[in-house]
Design a protein around this ligand. Structure first.
Ligand code: NIG
Ligand code: FE
Length: 432
């Protein structure tokens, strides 16, 4: 019998996310939660070693003096969320822009008048690595408290060789010191910095000839991303940058078809990107091409909500056409200032008509595939990493239904229980 250090038992619903479909889930498999009623999970070290009905699991493992036992009676257990698109390292908040948008200015107008990404670049350049780490830590704590156990994290507010490296080193350090796993993405092509505004070709040359080789040499990023948008990087420029990145061994991502129908989704298919993200303005051809090339559509309804725009990505159409979709926060100070994945699930259900089951699959196993970790995380299966969340609900549908509140009971990261004393006190007083 296997000796274990943690067992969670009696969960009224254990969502394993097991499915007959391998790889990212599509179509009807997108709603396949693999639910076990009265379920249990046993953990040894940082790995899941048994999953099943409570009595079956109890018969398979040996519970010693040191084994911690969590009774999840009247609770639901899910894999930790994988937030596969975030910009968590930044120096300034931009609440004034939020107010300007409420009063009628658009995101593009604010960017053209010196706000937007450029204001974040200016603020970030003046901060040290240490300061940026201190600023990012409470954001990661908040993510963890809302049930996120892995994130993809982008650079893109440095836009010079040294400041992009600085951001990626901050992400590397955060990964070492914080329980959340951070997967780094180089986003030097987030905007043309002020000093190159009359010489964009030179900036693109800098990205291709200096930044990409240096980031690759120092192994500071897994993915390379480009903000492919009217007035930012056009299709040809994006293609050139992505091809250079591919030659240096990066996997590719794109901010595509967010504010206009430029064709970033088709470019993602052409260059073999792992995902194309946003997709508010994707057309039918884009959906078809992404599907054929196996590109995952990462949907970011928090950016639509945060910008107050009405066009959400056509999630239903994508799902019906068989495109795999994932969900993420797009956490950033400009368009989506939230660390909360449960809020994103609520938006996905209410604004894009995804069902609660589809939203959960899209934010766990499919988002794990969107960061190339589908074999390690994103489901509760033997051999996978023990990243789990116990929820103070009796039906998984309550998670998106009860929007804007935190119903997390316990987070288990790498097999360890993350302490959250204040929240637990409150939930004990008011369990439902
Ligand atoms: O994903 N679209 C580009 N990047 C971010 C916004 C970044 C910012 O405004 O600081 C996004 O929405
Ligand atoms: Fe983004």
């Amino acid at each position: 019998m296997e000796s274990i250090n943690l067992i969670i038992k009696n969960a009224c619903q254990l969502l394993t996310l097991r499915s007959g479909q391998k790889g990212p889930r599509t179509g009807e498999h997108l709603a396949d939660l693999g639910i076990i009623e009265n379920g249990a999970v046993a953990i040894s070290g940082d790995k899941i070693v048994a999953v099943g009905k409570t009595n079956e699991v109890l018969g398979k493992v040996s519970i010693g003096k040191k084994t911690k036992v969590i009774d999840a009676k009247n609770k639901v257990v899910l894999p930790g969320f994988v937030d596969c698109h975030t910009h968590p390292v930044f120096a300034n908040t931009r609440e004034d822009e939020f107010e300007m948008r409420i009063k009628g200015k658009t995101y593009q107008e604010i960017a053209a008048s010196g706000g937007g990404i450029k204001s974040s670049v200016k603020a970030l350049r003046s901060k040290s690595k240490k300061e940026l780490i201190q600023l990012a830590l409470p954001r990661l704590d908040r993510m963890l408290s809302y049930g996120t156990t892995t994130i993809e994290a982008k650079s893109g507010y440095g836009l010079s060789l040294e400041d992009e490296i600085k951001m990626l080193e901050v992400i590397k350090e955060l990964n070492k010191i914080h329980p959340i796993d951070l997967i780094p993405t180089f986003l030097g092509a987030h905007e043309i910095p002020e000093e190159y505004k009359n010489n964009r070709k030179e900036y693109i040359k800098l990205i291709i000839e200096k930044m990409i080789p240096e980031v690759a040499k120092r192994k500071l990023a897994v993915f390379c991303d480009v903000f492919c948008e009217k007035g930012i990087f056009d299709i040809e420029e994006s293609r050139e940058i992505l091809k250079a990145a591919k030659n240096h061994g990066f996997k590719l991502k794109l901010h595509a078809d967010q504010l206009s129908s430029l064709g970033g989704s088709k470019l993602a298919a052409e260059v073999g990107a792992i995902s194309a993200d946003h997709l508010e303005f994707i057309d039918d051809d884009g959906i078809e091409k992404m599907k054929k090339s196996g590109v995952i559509g990462v949907l970011l309804p928090g950016a639509c909500f945060g910008l107050g725009i009405k066009e959400y990505p056509p999630a239903r159409k994508m799902i019906e056409r068989g495109l795999p979709v994932a969900l993420a926060t797009d956490f950033n100070p400009g368009s989506s200032m939230t660390e909360s994945m449960p809020m994103i699930l609520s938006l996905a259900c209410l604004m894009m008509r995804m069902t609660p089951a589809e939203a959960i699959v899209a934010s766990t196993i499919n988002s794990a595939y969107a960061v190339n970790k589908g074999n390690e995380i994103g489901s509760i299966e033997v051999g996978k990493k023990a990243d789990l969340v116990i929820w103070n609900v009796q039906n998984y549908k309550e998670i998106p239904y009860r929007y804007g509140v935190n119903l997390v009971d316990h987070v288990i990261k790498n097999g360890e229980i993350i302490p959250a004393p204040h929240r637990q006190d409150l939930t004990r007083r008011n369990p439902v």
